[in-house]
Design a protein around this ligand. Structure first.
Ligand code: KG4
Ligand code: ZN
Length: 364
């Protein structure tokens, strides 16, 4: 989209969340977050121990219009005030993506607005361009639906930057020389970091998604008793591999007739240690190699307080000049504000006829 003052309506439905947000931009590239609404069907997936794609998409069909309406409530005349509609076109679950994409196309057609197709992975990175100077969290109708009102100021992110996206579906390291020059350096060869948490959490009898539970249970543990493998930690590339952790945890689980709460907590701690050490080492290796001025984190796993602290400690211990950016917790997990921000800085507006969902979309 042409840089300048305006409002963007963002829509995100790539996985199990149904999200809409409105951002306002000015000529100085300041991005203000006016509304950010997320409805999740996680409680349904917790019952089944994972996402059933059709169930997720059916819920999104129910939520999408109320969520968009709620996000637009901050505007007096949305049809006049919104300049463009940004929507996640991939990667993600096809049924879920289609809900957002077709809704966005319909709004764009009826309101005669340009549409901005956005890569979800870029969204996680661009959450870093939304700061939360004046944060207010409002819970609306149910615990499944959250509204966050944030006023924001643009932080100073300098290039080159190394971005680490760690979510349930992805673990990727990316070099950003500027908004238009973004190069994928490496990623997971098998399971993503969040996926490793969710799968091992299942072995431990934890509800889906297991990441937040693992964080909670590991909180008071001090010792890395199990010292699980750190796959590819010293490899010459920027790749990751986390699928072996399932087997390592399974072996431990099988040694116990019944896992005590203490053993579960210790496994959670050791699991975090293994995953975080690899994520941190590889990210700093990339930062050093490419003389990065900034490190940007994004994706659901970066909501983890221990991981955030570890990154901060690493910056300090290396006495490095590199600046660390981590989105506020609620902007780490899936949301539409990050999609609108990515649309503004990185993606091009087009006609509603030209966009379609692409579940396989990647960085290149
Ligand atoms: O980015 P996200 O909301 O959705 C995807 O694009 O995948 O990430 C969800 C992932 C899940 O695997 C979940 O277990 C993990 O992020 N996650 C966490 C935490 N919160 C969410 N992992 C570790 N610690 C957390 N606090
Ligand atoms: Zn995501």
């Amino acid at each position: 989209m042409n840089k300048g003052a305006g409002c963007i309506l963002g829509i995100e439905t790539s996985c199990d969340e149904t999200a809409a947000a409105v951002i306002k931009t000015d000529k100085n590239n300041k991005v203000e977050l006016l509304s950010n609404v997320v409805a999740t069907s996680l409680s349904l997936h917790a019952k089944t121990g994972g996402i059933i794609p059709e169930v997720a998409a059916r819920e999104q069909v129910k939520f999408i219009i109320p969520v968009i309406e709620e996000a637009m409530r901050v505007l007096q005349n949305p049809k006049e005030e919104i300049d463009a509609i940004a929507v996640t076109v991939g990667p993600g679950l096809i049924g879920s993506l289609l809900v957002g994409v077709e809704t966005a196309r319909t709004f764009a057609y009826v309101w005669n607005k340009p549409i901005i197709p956005v890569n979800h992975l870029f969204g996680h990175i661009y959450a870093n361009w939304l700061t939360t100077a004046n944060k207010q969290l409002i819970t609306t109708n149910s615990k499944d639906s959250q509204k966050l009102v944030v006023s924001s100021q643009k932080p100073v992110i300098e290039f080159p930057a190394i971005a680490l996206v760690v979510s349930g579906g992805h673990t990727d390291l990316v070099l950003m020389k500027n908004h238009r020059n973004i190069k994928w350096l490496g990623g997971t060869r098998d399971d993503a970091a969040g996926e490793a948490f969710d799968k091992t959490g299942r072995l431990l009898g934890l509800p889906y998604p297991a990441g937040p539970q693992i964080e909670l249970l590991a909180k008071n543990v001090k010792e890395d008793i199990y010292h699980f493998p750190r796959p590819l930690v010293g490899s010459d590339d920027f790749d990751f591999s986390f699928s072996g952790l399932k087997t390592a945890v399974l072996r431990e689980v099988q040694k116990h007739e019944q896992l005590s709460n203490e053993a579960i907590a210790n496994i959670c701690y050791s699991l975090q240690e293994a995953v975080f050490e690899v994520l941190i080492k590889k990210t700093f290796k990339a930062a050093k190699e490419f003389n990065a001025k900034s490190i940007l984190l994004g994706g659901g796993v970066t909501a983890n307080q221990t991981l955030r602290k570890r990154f901060e400690l690493e910056v300090r211990s290396q006495q490095s000049e590199v600046k660390l950016f981590v989105p506020t917790k609620s902007l780490c997990t899936d949301n539409a504000a990050m999609i609108a921000a990515a649309a503004y800085f990185n993606h091009e507006a087009t006609d509603w006829r030209n966009i379609s969902a692409n579940p396989e979309l990647y960085f290149d």
